[in-house]
Design a protein around this ligand. Sequence first.
Ligand SMILES: Nc1nc2c(ncn2[C@@H]2O[C@H](COP(=O)(O)OP(=O)(O)OP(=O)(O)O)[C@@H](O)[C@H]2O)c(=O)[nH]1
Ligand SMILES: [Mg+2]
Length: 477
Amino acid sequence: MTELTHEDHYEEDPSTGEMELEDRASLRRVAGLSTELADVTEVEYRQLRLERVVLVGVWAEGTAEQNDASLAELARLAETAGSEVLEGLVQRRVQPDPATYIGSGKVRELRDVVIATGADTVICDGELSPGQLRQLEEKVKVKVIDRTALILDIFAQHASSKEGKAQVELAQLQYLIPRLRGWGASLSRQGGGRAGGANGGVGLRGPGETKLETDRRRINKRVSKLRREIAAMDTIRETKRGRRVANEVPSVAIVGYTNAGKSSLLNALTGAGVLVEDALFATLDPTTRRAQTADGRTFTLTDTVGFVRHLPHQLVDAFRSTLEEAADADLLVHVVDGADPAPEEQVNAVREVLAEITRSRKDPLPPELLVINKADAADQVTLARLRHQLAGSVLVSARTGAGIPELAEVLADRLPRPEMVVEALVPYTRGELVARAHKDGEVLEEEHVEDGTRLLVRVHPDLAAALRRFETNSTPR
Ligand SMILES: Nc1nc2c(ncn2[C@@H]2O[C@H](COP(=O)(O)OP(=O)(O)OP(=O)(O)O)[C@@H](O)[C@H]2O)c(=O)[nH]1
Ligand SMILES: [Mg+2]
């Protein structure tokens, strides 16, 4: 029977510890309080402290169910960002309107809904061009944002480590830069004597042309600085990782769609108290825990940022180093929410993001172990279909613990094993070597004899070297 036991916290910086659930919820509430804006970058993002929102989608492809699911997910994202969803509208169109995303008739209807519900923000289910955002905003006369900005906003609210914050800010600035240009164009038209003057409505009361130039320069400077900082933090991570590799501790990365139950699974496997929340993107900072198999082999388990359909590419870029850490693991545990209406789409979305990360790398992705979670809540038909489609997957419930021992066994089995088998007689004065053999190797036989401990052990070369002088027999296998 294989059992994973929770050891100590591993390479945790206490200052980057995860925020308590309560703190985070309260953070969401107070987010609406806005102070004097110190920086143009804050203009865009403070205003995203959304309150009452109307959602709008364009149904250009896919089935009705898929489109409903997409809008339902947008609603969950909006709620995660702290807003109240009042209404959702979808327009069936061959493609989004190049000027206003939805067609002009629908824009009028949207305006009516906004007035009737008292909404202060419209969220579009896609990535809009700067021009679309501006024109739609002019017509509905409330703040309009897109899915990308919404996701960036959630990440900004959740990031707690220094690195996470820097990554999110970089992504936000990259999103902002082209939109700044959009404002610039609109402002110069206004400068050219068009009616309306400076009153372009919410979001258009941007800085003047000169200020815009300074802002752009300032933003570019900030982008370079963030890039440098992130690169430096990346080096630290590399060093840590290097240490782990040198110790030859196998690593497992838990990846999956947001809210699939990755953190719950980490907790179920190790007993760690990682934040679990019924919210999207509860986890932004990867957490690593040390765990052990029943036969005493140590490995690390890392919880990662969740993925989502259309994850903004700015975020993929900014989180690349974090995500690459997952790509460097010995094994990927891909968690799928079996209770979701369309788990296969989640699987595809996750694989797309993984593919995007690996495109620029020469190493292929580590082997993947699919884990279907929430077995307790999923319906039997879906589960039967999934098990059939996702061959080799393991079915668990992180909540009830069902299937966890079996998963632990599969994990232990799939972890890379030390490659040397050594037989040694270790004197009792060198007890630390026996301890190391248990911790880093796989003890096949152990016997206490008069002169010491006789070991038959599977170990990595460095430990094999340490055992060499006590060796009685050795074979590489
Ligand atoms: N019914 C049921 N709910 C579960 C199970 N595992 C997790 N959940 C719930 O699913 C929600 C999300 O769980 P998390 O562990 O935070 O999911 P995550 O994948 O880490 O999510 P993010 O970090 O936000 O991407 C929480 O409300 C959990 O209680 C399960 O096996 N069964
Ligand atoms: Mg999580």
